[in-house]
Design a protein around this ligand. Structure first.
Ligand code: TTP
Length: 377
């Protein structure tokens, strides 16, 4: 059996709002939100805990938030400032480990399995990090400590705000029994409802469903449900995510059924793909061209070809056209979506270690041609 890992999940409390209060201490105790103005159809990005008492929540229309909490102060976001704070968080994290996976400006996983600080105790490391963030940055972060990412994230939320919670390897089996499935990252209202119909409310209930049933009902996600119900999650903390592909897609307002129109759309996609790839072309080189077609019945096909070494440009329009005209007859139906993409390889000495959430946010995703639809304009 491999030694259990020690993962810490750190999440700042009402991040943007707390930074604003730190900048202006007079705002202490005032119901405060950061977001768009109510008279400009803005939405709330975050609210402090005083405002949350009135039911103000992230993603709520600012106008509605003002109705629920008439004394609410809504400040416009200052992203530069939040980014600066975030880089200070990371400066502190790096004193303990290099294995840091940022999830957003105020949230990160740390793998401290090999850390020697605090006699190797992840709980003591988390306590020290929380204390340093408070002293050096004047902010409060909550922390979860567990043998894997799934449980560490659940744990950081357990005693929020200003909380800390540890799940030791010995406690995992008992802890998950009562854990509501709603706490599983990825289980939204729809999945929770589906599970409730199967009599499942807690991970303990979920354990009674065989893998075959879960796979039948939830497809690929079934395996993940099966694992997390038992407190298992083998995903590594990834300090830099290596991109395997880049792609752009366009969904047509009306399906198209003639090749010339598809070719024209492909040319627009290539302009966008060139722009996007231009942002990372100092770190990756394209090894394959890919074309994706989704027909009007939602079936889809992809076709790819290696990019030759004879000096041809990866964005050679004729070659993308040829892929398109070869692939389309496979379904020979009107098309609702077209995609163009590249499979990538990192350049040697690529500096990927420097990829971080402070740069291009696209770097934080690991997209593929099957990732969620993106409009190419
Ligand atoms: P979260 O960590 O989800 O939430 P939070 O920091 O506001 O509060 P807490 O963790 O204590 O519940 O989000 C981090 C920041 O991301 C948040 O301060 C503002 C921003 N954000 C949005 O812009 N829109 C959103 O819908 C959410 C949820 C967050």
């Amino acid at each position: 059996m491999p030694e259990p890992r020690k993962i810490i999940h750190i999440d700042a409390d009402s991040f943007y709002a707390s930074v604003e209060t730190r900048e202006n201490p007079q705002l202490q105790g005032v119901p405060l939100a950061v977001g768009g103005a109510a008279d400009r159809r803005g939405v709330i990005a975050t609210a402090n805990y005083e405002a949350r008492k009135f039911g103000v929540r992230s993603a709520m229309a600012s106008s509605r938030a003002m109705t629920q909490c008439p004394g609410l102060l809504i400040l416009p976001p200052r992203f530069e400032l939040y980014r600066e704070v975030s880089s200070h968080f990371h400066h502190i994290f790096r004193q303990y480990t290099d294995l840091i996976e940022p999830l957003s400006l105020d949230e990160a996983f740390l793998d401290v399995t090999q850390a020697s600080h605090c006699q190797g105790s992840a709980t003591l490391i988390a306590r020290e990090i929380r204390q340093r963030v408070r002293e050096e940055l004047g902010l409060v972060v909550s922390a979860g400590i567990a043998p894997n990412k799934f449980l560490a994230k659940v744990a950081s939320d357990w005693n929020k705000p200003d909380g800390m919670f540890t799940i030791t390897p010995e406690q995992v089996a008992g802890f998950v029994l009562e854990l509501p499935v709603k706490k599983i990252n990825g289980v939204g209202q729809v999945t929770a409802k589906k599970l409730r119909k199967l009599g499942v409310v807690t991970c303990g209930d979920l354990q009674s469903l065989p893998l075959e049933i879960l796979a039948m009902r939830f497809g690929k996600y079934g395996q993940r449900l099966f694992d997390v119900a038992r407190g298992r999650d083998h995903r590594q903390v990834q300090s830099s995510r290596v991109r395997k592909s880049i792609s752009v897609e366009h969904t047509f307002v009306e399906d198209i059924d003639n090749i010339p129109a598809m070719m024209m759309s492909m040319e627009d996609l290539l302009v966008e793909l060139k722009r996007r790839f231009g942002k990372i072309d100092n770190r990756y080189f394209p090894v394959k061209r890919v074309v994706k077609i989704k027909y009007n019945d939602f079936t889809q096909t992809t076709l790819e070809e290696p990019i030759g070494g004879s000096g041809e440009a990866w964005h050679d329009v004729a070659r993308f056209h040829r892929l398109l005209t070869t692939a389309w007859p496979r379904g020979a139906k009107p098309v609702r979506l077209l995609g163009a993409g590249l499979r990538l390889q990192p350049l040697a000495g690529d500096g990927l270690g420097q990829l971080s959430l402070f740069g291009d946010s696209e770097d934080e995703q690991s997209p593929g041609l099957d990732s969620s639809p993106r409009s190419a304009g």
